[in-house]
Design a protein around this ligand. Sequence first.
Ligand code: ADP
Length: 799
Amino acid sequence: MHELDKEEIVIPEEIALIPLRDMIIFPNLVVPLFVGREKSIAALEVAMKEEHIVALVTQKMTELQEPDIEDLYGIGTAAVIMQELKIPDGTAKALVEGLSRIEIVEFTQTEPYFRVKVKVLPEQEDKDIEVEALMRNLVLQFERAASLGKPIPQEVLLATSNIEEPGRLADFIAFHLNLKIDEKQQIIEAVNAHDRLEKVSIFLNRELEILEIGSKIQSRVKDQLTKTQKEYFLKEQLKAIQQELGLMDEQAAEMEELRAKIKAAKMPKEVNEKTLKELDRLARMSPQSAESSVIRTYLDWLIGLPWQKKSKQKLNLKEASTILDEDHYGLEQVKKRVLEYLAVHQLTNKMRGTILCFVGPPGTGKTSIGKSIARSLGRKFVRISLGGVHDEAEIRGHRRTYVGALPGRIIQAINQSGTNNPVFMLDEIDKVGADFRGDPTAALLEVLDPEQNFAFSDHYLEVPFDLSDVVFITTANMLETIPAALRDRMEIIPYSGYTEEEKVQIATKYLIPKQVGEHGLKDKNILIEDKALREVIREYTREAGVRGLERRIASICRQIARKVVEGEKKRLKITEKNLHEYLGPRQFSYGLAEEADEIGVATGLAWTEFGGDVLSVEAATLSGRGKLMLTGQLGEVMRESAQAAVSYIRSRAEMLKIDKNFYSEFDIHIHVPAGGIPKDGPSAGITIATALASELTKRPAKREVAMTGEITLRGRVLPIGGVKEKVLSAHRAGIKEIILPAENEKDLELVPKEVKEELKFFFVKHMDEVLELALRAKSKNGPKSAKAAKKQVSALNAN
Ligand code: ADP
């Protein structure tokens, strides 16, 4: 293709015409043209054969496929075809350059292509000031459009400022605006440059407005977006900061609070240091961590303990004596010992030294005396039960490394008392057991030992706690099972059971008023007659202490309380007759002595942890070969004593007039009811021997005679313990005669006079004496009394 020199081109008078769809060609602009319609291709062909010049006129309606003359605008552009490219599908592509505006003068032909006569519309070259101003304005507007975001290439912008001719500038800019076809046509038709510039300016202005609004919207949207986004981010940040700050504040506040509490706890120096160290550790931890809650609990414990808090000591022996009497009936020996203990305490002003150990059956007032001691010292009272404690950790706590570790029971109780000098009762010290889990005794020794307990170490606390101001009192039901090491440290104060008389007194003076009060009743509501009370003691309870009795009284009070609430106005009387309405059928029969004598059954006295008890020992012979059967949950010592009894009887066969070889013909069965309760001890020896002798000689044993004593192979009767308990229980059971080892005579001193007066005692040294006292003559020799004889007969018949 060769450069066209536009100056040299002369537009012929008559040229081929190609109708344009949807586009307008401006002079001086090079545009590619797609030619598809047959007519247009024909026109293109012709033009290429002639001067390469065509008339390009836009059709009024784009969608017309075959426009007619009247469908075409009258003014268009003459263009030179710079290049033609035929495409195999029959269409063609041409590169054309607009030359100048033309006006169609006349259509010389319409088929097979349009051919027109044209008139060239000359371009105005000169410019006045107004045109100049319009031009400048237009360029500025155009630039502004570009700056507002209209996509105009840089070189186009540059070109505008270089265009000198006003009409050409208008065309150039119009070409680059998004004008509709009819608008562009208006530009083509504006032959006058001034008009043209003005028109383009108006269109451009409109475009600018649109652009401006667009950009305003745009920036507003952007603003909006960034604003909300920013706000969101800021808010989030703020939240995080606040949270952080809040937590820190909270944590810092908590630390401060803890620090203040630690100060207020007045811990010993060493403990204080340790606590502060832990506090520092806590401060460095995330408050959410598991470890931090462990430390917090630990700190709470340390802070809560009464390091310095004491009850103010007050002690006035007279007052103490009054308090003890106020709270307890009887117990003279106990009160005496307690007062002595307090006196020593007052003199030395220390509770160091002996530790009291109250030993006796349940319900005999041990706890209650402990409380009175606390009251008279003006101290707090706490107690823990050691029953079933096997593990040292229960006393001393678990190390903090264990999950859920806590201090041991000692520290817990101290914490509970809130003072470091309470009266501390350790119950059931006879029931601590040692096994593979460790020996609690060692820990208890440390607790009770005045040389060590000023720095008692609890595994959990890790710091020593001073227990030296604590008044420890221990209680036990039996002396025998208290670990010896512990027993050595303690001053034993025995509590024996109460006599019926004492129980009546305790009930009327203490238990009944207490229960009446506790149930919200008044004296005018209830009256328990003396006889009824005795019946409660005899037939509804069988105990050394008064716990069961208190429970029965409480049960009566409950029922009275209900009646009062339901509208009962009268004072309700509990009599011997109506007692069963309140307590149901009686539970125990009073007076064993009134039962029939029997062969092979002897009455023994035993000492259990519940106090003394009356029991029967049964012996039976069955044909066999001398086997000895022992039943009734007998302990080792009791079994051995049964064997000794059998051997004694064998050695006395002749004297007892029984077959010497009885043991080769019989099996012997010895049973001690109640079979469910374990029993032990040697003191049933003479009772077993008596039962067996009765069985073998067929002489009935006297039921009103009860006995206790150890037996040797030779038949010697050895002393036993718990005489007072046993005598009291025999008295409770309505027994009249008691056989005791001679060496135990001195122990009767302790038995209340009124009980002794109602009983007959026999003191024996040998088993032979026992049999003489306990066995009746064979029935043919005649019973002592007619009444007994009758009973004996019926007993024999029953056999
Ligand atoms: P223990 O500790 O020996 O098992 P408690 O001290 O718990 O027995 O006594 C049981 C109940 O009997 C308590 O209500 C107690 O006040 C009362 N009690 C025991 N002995 C007496 C007594 N001698 N005088 C008044 N009340 C007593």
